[in-house]
Design a protein around this ligand. Structure first.
Ligand code: ADP
Ligand code: MG
Length: 486
């Protein structure tokens, strides 16, 4: 009967069919614009309906959804809205998008062809079988949740202090770096985790089905203990071995002294290494300096490439703080960027913290972030840092830098190089500890306070116009900062 009805009553296409056609056309245009990545993502997305100003889509997981929202949706929606506006109403209405998440995308927007991938990231037959995360198995949503979306290569400022680590990370993300593992060593807050996330983002962008496992050594340890407790070692092992195309382990120093976890990690490492799967490890120490770490692990760590990250120079710090300001939408004067970079030297996390504090305070008080405001705010933070060092620490750092003994530094020797080192030490004490001039005179071999005053003034002047003097000071300040942190 139904077929009869449709024979007798001629019908135009239904609204939903029309809307589906609009969707198809729009999505085709998106495909034409980004043919390379389209398939990677839209093979995990399903069109459900476009009805009443609401576009409903299903994504295989949150990661796919977030990626499509960030990279494709704005253009796609604009396109659909335009097409809808060309219809009967003639008005462009903003569409609302509703997402469903389902591991079972039955009618994907497009089928996925097999991509050609570097050998090192080729999934195992097992992974082809299990496209979807299994309970306790590989989960891209978990990866997405662990990655900071801002920690990308494009947001990473490269300078002499991190160029090697950056290049090595880029090359690891490229698929066949020629070394395995990559070991990134560097102090706290210098960008190790950022680089690791950047690798994951880049690999996902280019090879979305690569199974990347990003884990801190602490989490690895906890999961291992849990797996032992609940007799789930098989799952644990497949997560870190069979189901893993790229393993990123952050802060490996955490394994120090944890013998059983070290043992497990050693076998994980070997399994992946033997299968030619890339491993990237970060650490706050060089492999040889890792305490209570078995020799066989240390030798594995040094068997690939060890790339270090040093404390960045002033110019790089200025560039980083500017980049951060740009990312956060904070208007930052060049002078203020320099001021921040001069004052917070050894830890980029702290540098960013100082910037965010300034911006927050400025928006609360309505004061623009000018030099005077920034100076005042930095002074509030300075005593906390200054407490961490003493006159003796500064003298020691200066002596170390200029290769002098402490006795020599505070002696009456007026030889130019000794006198310069002494003036530098006085300047640093005055600047960082805010000691009075007579106090400093006493600490430097009972000198007159006017001697200290002129020393401080002289170094101030020299620092402003002589880059070499500035470089000496920075090197000593970095030394102080790292010793006060440890
Ligand atoms: P680590 O893991 O070495 O302790 P992180 O990677 O967490 O340090 O970095 C701390 C902060 O500093 C992060 O917000 C990171 O984005 C930022 N950062 C560090 N180095 C750079 C850089 N070269 N360019 C941009 N941001 C950086
Ligand atoms: Mg880190």
């Amino acid at each position: 009967m139904i077929s009869q009805t449709s024979q007798y009553i001629p019908q135009g296409p239904s609204v939903s069919a029309l809307n589906e056609r609009i969707w198809n056309e729009a999505v085709e245009e998106t495909r034409r614009r980004s043919p390379a990545s389209f398939e990677q993502w839209f093979s995990s997305v399903q069109f459900d309906e476009l009805d009443d100003g609401v576009l409903t889509l299903t994504a295989r997981d949150e990661w796919v959804r977030d990626w499509v929202v960030a990279h494709f949706l704005p253009d796609l929606l604009a396109n659909i809205e335009q097409k809808l506006a060309g219809g009967e109403t003639g008005e462009a209405e903003a569409l609302r998008v509703e997402w469903r998440i389902s591991g079972n995308v039955e009618r994907p927007v497009c089928e996925r062809r097999q991509s050609v991938r570097p050998k090192t990231l080729e999934p195992t037959p097992q992974s082809r079988r299990s496209e979807r995360p299994l309970p306790g198995g590989y989960s891209r949503a978990a990866l997405a949740a662990a990655l900071n979306p801002k920690h990308t290569f494009s947001n990473f400022v490269v300078g002499p202090s991190n160029a090697l680590a950056h290049a090595a990370a880029l090359s690891s993300a490229g698929g066949s770096p020629g070394y395995n593992p990559l070991f990134i060593a560097g102090g706290t807050g210098l960008g190790k985790t950022h680089l690791m996330h950047a690798i994951a983002h880049k690999v996902l962008e280019e090879r979305p089905d690569a199974r990347i496992v990003y884990v801190s050594a602490e989490r690895f340890t906890n999961e291992f203990i849990e797996a032992l407790q609940h007799h789930r070692m098989d799952e644990f092992r497949s997560r870190y071995r069979a189901d893993c195309d790229l393993l990123l382990v952050d802060d490996i120093q955490f394994l120090a002294g944890r013998e059983q976890t070290q043992e497990e990690f050693f076998h994980t490492f070997n399994a992946l290494h033997d299968a030619d799967r890339p491993i990237v490890v970060t650490s706050d120490k060089y492999p040889q300096q890792l305490q209570r770490m078995p020799e066989r692990l240390v030798s594995r760590f040094t068997s690939g490439l060890v790339a270090d990250i040093q404390v960045p120079q002033l110019e790089t710090r200025v560039a980083i703080v500017k980049k951060k300001a740009q990312l956060e939408g904070i208007e930052l004067l060049d002078q203020v960027a320099v001021l921040l970079a001069q004052n917070v030297q050894s830890n980029i996390r702290e540098l960013e913290g100082a910037l965010i504090r300034l911006a927050a305070k400025s928006s609360l008080t309505g004061r623009p972030i000018d030099e005077e405001f920034a100076q005042g705010e930095l002074l509030l933070v300075a005593p906390r840092r200054a407490n961490l060092v003493s006159v003796e620490d500064i003298q020691r750092a200066v002596c170390h830098h200029f290769q002098l003994s402490n006795a020599h530094l505070i002696s009456k020797d007026r030889h130019k190089s000794v006198a310069f080192a002494r003036q530098v030490a006085m300047y640093l004490c005055r600047q960082r500890l805010k000691c009075s001039f007579p106090e400093l005179g006493r600490a430097f071999g009972n000198r007159d306070h006017t001697t200290v005053m002129s020393a401080v003034r002289r170094v101030e002047e020299l620092r402003a116009r002589d880059p070499q003097v500035n470089a000496h000071l920075e090197a000593i300040e970095q030394r102080l900062a790292s010793s006060s942190e440890s």
